[in-house]
Design a protein around this ligand. Structure first.
Ligand code: DGL
Length: 291
């Protein structure tokens, strides 16, 4: 890893600011409980095709959404240490639940060795930039109970009304492969017709699994003749990361190395989705990190 010391002139003296991982050839690390983070990984690949990815799907512990904040922090610490050991230049918490409760912890852990991104801040910025006034948020119990979206949005503009609804069935449903049939449409309809979500201009899909049912959610609103903009975290965070990498000289312009996908437990849906997103052959490595 190439670490460059950064200094700045302060009252005539050079002061060491921080060291930074500036190795453009280093991989980007990501993790989630399962296939959700793959939606972020594929959005990053679409924006930055030469980057190599190291992905960890904590399939042994999914779903994350109903676990306590302390448990999620423990998982994050262990997986974060693994991704940092791979010398990633950037680590993305490709999970809203972990982003809500473990971002500061991972940022402190990484220090100057890697730039840590959560999947919440870029979406909050989008809401503020687009001047939405009535916002709906759906996500796991962990994300909704943490109040992360509401507090971050209202810290920037407290006139914005935020309606939140926990939708705990969605991530396990998607993880089990129910994404575009009768079952998924029934569950989507049940949640989106909740009174909390009736008066909104935009709906934040605050779980990285949900881009896999974004089309169905949009179709639901279309069928009800309702104009609701559906915001998926994966594409927004990928653009934020790309801009950051361009500004900081971190883009790999040379030929890409291989991606590596690790799972803490083998699941068929993970393998299937990985192959769906990454047409090339995928190395799926079983790594029982917690044993
Ligand atoms: N994809 C994750 C999120 O964004 C976690 C879903 C789960 O495992 O409950 O919250």
């Amino acid at each position: 890893m190439v670490n460059t010391k950064r200094t700045f002139l302060f009252y005539g003296k050079y002061v060491e600011l921080c060291t930074m991982n500036t190795n453009a050839h280093a991989p980007i690390g990501l993790f989630d409980s399962g296939i959700g983070g793959l939606t972020v990984a594929s959005a990053i690949t679409a924006q930055l095709p030469n980057e190599s990815l190291v992905y960890f799907g904590d399939t042994a512990h999914l779903p994350y959404g109903d676990k306590s904040a302390d448990t999620i922090r423990y998982f994050t610490k262990t997986i974060g240490a693994f991704l940092l050991s791979k010398e990633c230049k950037i680590v993305v918490i490709a999970c809203n639940t972990a982003s809500s409760v473990a971002y500061d912890l991972l940022k402190n852990m990484a220090g100057d060795n890697a730039h840590v991104f959560n999947v919440i801040d870029a979406v909050v910025e989008e809401v503020i930039q687009k001047k939405y006034q009535k916002v709906g948020v759906i996500g796991t119990l962990g994300t909704i109970n943490s109040n992360a979206y509401q507090s971050k949005i209202q810290a920037k503009n407290n006139a914005v009304i935020v309606h939140q609804l926990a939708t705990p069935l969605l991530a396990p449903m998607i993880e089990s492969g129910f994404v575009d049939g009768q079952i998924s449409n029934l569950v989507i309809e049940e949640y989106l017709s909740a009174p909390e979500l009736q008066d909104i201009e935009t709906l934040i899909l605050a779980c990285t699994h949900y881009p896999l049912i974004k089309k169905e959610i949009e179709a639901y609103y279309l069928s009800k003749n309702k104009k609701v903009d559906v915001l998926a975290t994966n594409e927004i965070v990928a653009i934020q990361i790309k801009n950051f990498m361009i500004e900081n000289g971190l883009v790999n312009y040379e030929k890409k190395g291989k991606n590596a996908f690790y799972v803490s437990d083998y699941t068929e849906s993970f393998e299937k989705t990985t192959q769906l997103f990454y047409k090339e052959s995928v190395d799926l490595i079983h790594l029982p990190l917690f044993k």
